[in-house]
Design a protein around this ligand. Structure first.
Ligand code: DMJ
Length: 612
């Protein structure tokens, strides 16, 4: 009989369920936070796959399933079990060695220039001959960028003598009185953020990283931070929306031929640094302009989807780039809504973040509903039109790999595990992350890798949340491929092409401030950062800032909502002594002791990126 009727019965049941699920959004819209969307184009066959690795077809028992968790399979063998402490210590030392080689090479061959050219062993500053070379000029301001950006990594690694030496060098030799036109965002996150972080470390009464005090320190770094921020302020003037100009000349203000278009992340992720500066100085100006920019951008979100685009005209408020995604152009905008709330406790920041997160789930997320359960494609966040929610392209970029780390901060560890696993699979395939990866073509769209930190940042935060040794294996893979493919004569070099493994003569400063720092922290179990509850937070450039009462108290009421109204609702949230590890207790035990992502789902992802 019987098996035919059983199969028929199951088939009918499934069809019935599918029909019900399709009706559900109409019946109970609130229930469907995460919508499952099919991927619209069947991708071509992957290399050597024989059959078409269609996203939706990979979850057949044999195709996407494979061995159930607990059975002996290659994923279990490779990633499960304990991670020997000796190996961990060796990897910590290797991460420190990587930083030291990059830093020493910069100091020997490049300082006082902004960056190191690791192939030719020389320094690099702004491209004065070609002002349109924004790739360089946006970042290099002729202010010893790499030295400044690396300061707190020295402290986190416990190197007090070099930290003290470097701080004195910055105080004695760096000036911002330069005829350099830089991007407001880059100067803020790399320079202002680092100066503030080092200042906080120097003045910390507890000195958790060892003795990082500076003899006769007279708040010089704070004064320098103020000087730089004042030079950035012209970007916030003469703008009809309050959204800042993207670039400013440090001596002359906004150039007369300045572009009126800015990316959302560039204009809307200044609040952490500007807010800290304001609260340390007791001067609301900086926080006020940064907060006004965030609110202006927020007010321009689509009425229909609630999403923001990636490029906006600062005078008209018209969206020039209508793409909404989690990567370039928007990444740190979301990050700073949450991090501003963590730091300052202002409810409006949390409200904006919560709305934004919901809209992201509703419109950008594709794939199955639960990371570790059910059928369907793995969850992925795609790029859509901000007004319609329609898919705009089939690539994801390497910047988006920061998002699982942000999800850890809000406690959505389950979803973070899946997105992280996708990026890790891409890393395994190329030994790096291409700047853009086309998930439909299973190939890089933009093939360079400038030593970015986002994947290791998420790996570190997921490890802290789960303590699953899987993430130490991931970190080991990243460390090994960095050594293998990017190490150069004098430092570490950008990969020009992740397939061909050709190098470019550039070591961006975030390699020392973020990539090396997160790698080191991943393996350094005993680091003071891990011993002090949730007292620290990382800026988007990986700079360590303490989350403490000093930043909860704004001495002004004029820049926050409801100034005249001092009701409970508008008071900042109190800083509670929540222990980081007690938050982690909410992570299910199986995420700690088994593979964080079941092996059948890992295999599914590996197939989808053409790894197997
Ligand atoms: C860093 O400068 C920051 O992390 C920024 O938010 C975007 N990405 C680069 C590194 O990739």
């Amino acid at each position: 009989m019987q098996w035919r009727s059983v199969v028929l019965g199951l088939l009918l049941l499934r069809l019935g369920l599918q029909a019900l699920l399709a009706l559900l959004p109409a019946l109970a819209p609130g229930l469907c936070l995460r919508r499952r969307f099919p991927f619209p184009f069947p991708p071509p066959a992957g290399p050597g796959s024989g059959s078409s690795p269609h996203w939706g077809s990979l979850l057949r028992r044999d195709g996407g399933g494979g061995a159930a968790q607990g059975e002996d399979d290659e994923y279990e063998r490779r990633y499960s079990g304990t991670f020997p402490p000796q190996l961990r210590a060796r990897l910590r030392d290797a991460a420190r060695g990587m930083f030291v080689f990059g830093y020493d090479s910069y100091m020997r061959h490049a300082f006082p220039s902004d960056e190191l050219d690791p192939l030719h062993c020389r320094g690099r500053g702004p491209d004065r001959r070609d002002p349109s070379n924004l790739n360089i000029n946006d970042v290099l301001g002729n202010y010893s960028l790499t030295l400044i950006d690396a300061l707190d990594t020295l402290a986190v690694m416990g190197n007090s003598s070099e930290f003290q030496k470097a701080v004195k060098l910055v105080i004695d030799t760096v000036s911002f009185d330069k005829d350099s036109t830089v991007q407001v965002f880059e100067a803020t996150i790399r320079v202002l953020g680092s100066l503030l972080s080092a200042h906080i470390i120097i003045t910390d009464t507890k000195q958790p990283f060892g003795d990082m005090t500076i003899k006769d320190y007279d708040n010089e770094l704070l004064h320098m931070a103020r000087d730089l921020a004042v030079r950035l302020l012209p970007a916030f003037e003469n703008t009809k929306t309050g959204i800042p100009y993207p670039r400013v000349n440090l001596k002359k203000g906004v150039p007369p031929d300045s572009n009126n278009e800015t990316c959302t992340a560039g204009a809307g992720s200044l609040l952490v640094e500007f807010g800290i500066l304001s609260r340390l100085l007791g001067d609301s100006t900086f926080e006020w302009v940064a907060r006004r920019a965030v609110k202006a951008l927020w007010s321009l979100r689509s009425n229909h989807t609630g999403l923001l685009g990636n490029v906006v005209n600062i005078q008209t408020g018209h969206w020039v780039g209508k793409q909404s995604g989690l990567g370039a152009g928007l990444d740190s905008f979301y990050e700073y809504l949450l991090k501003s709330y963590i730091l300052f406790g202002e409810r409006e920041d949390l409200e904006m973040f919560s709305d934004a997160y919901r809209n992201i789930q509703n419109h950008l997320r594709r794939g199955r509903e639960a990371c570790n359960e059910g059928e369907g494609d793995p969850p992925l966040y795609v790029n859509v039109n901000m007004f319609t929610g329609q898919l705009m392209n089939t690539w994801i970029d390497s910047l988006q790999a920061f998002f699982p780390g942000l999800q850890v901060l809000i406690g959505d560890v389950e979803d973070a595990i899946c997105l992280h696993a996708f990026y890790y699979a891409i890393w395994k395939r190329y030994g790096a992350l291409p700047e853009r990866y086309n998930w439909q073509l299973q190939a890089p769209d933009v093939p360079f890798y400038p030593l970015r930190p986002e994947l290791v940042e998420s790996t570190y935060l997921l490890y802290q949340a789960t303590k699953n040794p899987f993430y130490l294996h991931v970190g080991m893979d990243i460390l090994q491929s960095l050594e293998k493919y990017t190490k150069a004569k004098c430092g570490y070099a950008t990969l020009h092409h992740v397939v061909e493994k050709t190098k470019e003569d550039r070591m961006e400063s975030f390699f020392l401030s973020e990539t090396c720092k997160y790698l080191y922290l991943l393996f350094d179990e005993e680091n003071p950062l891990h011993k002090s509850g949730n007292k620290y937070m990382f800026t988007t450039e990986g700079h360590v800032v303490s989350v403490d009462e000093r930043f909860r108290n704004s001495l002004w009421q004029d820049i926050l909502p409801g100034e005249e109204d001092s009701t409970e609702r508008n008071k900042p949230h109190e800083l509670k002594a929540v222990n980081f590890s007690s938050n982690c207790n909410r992570v299910p035990d199986e995420r700690r002791y088994l593979l964080p992502l079941k092996s059948n789902y890992m295999r599914q992802i590996d197939r989808m990126v053409g790894l197997i």
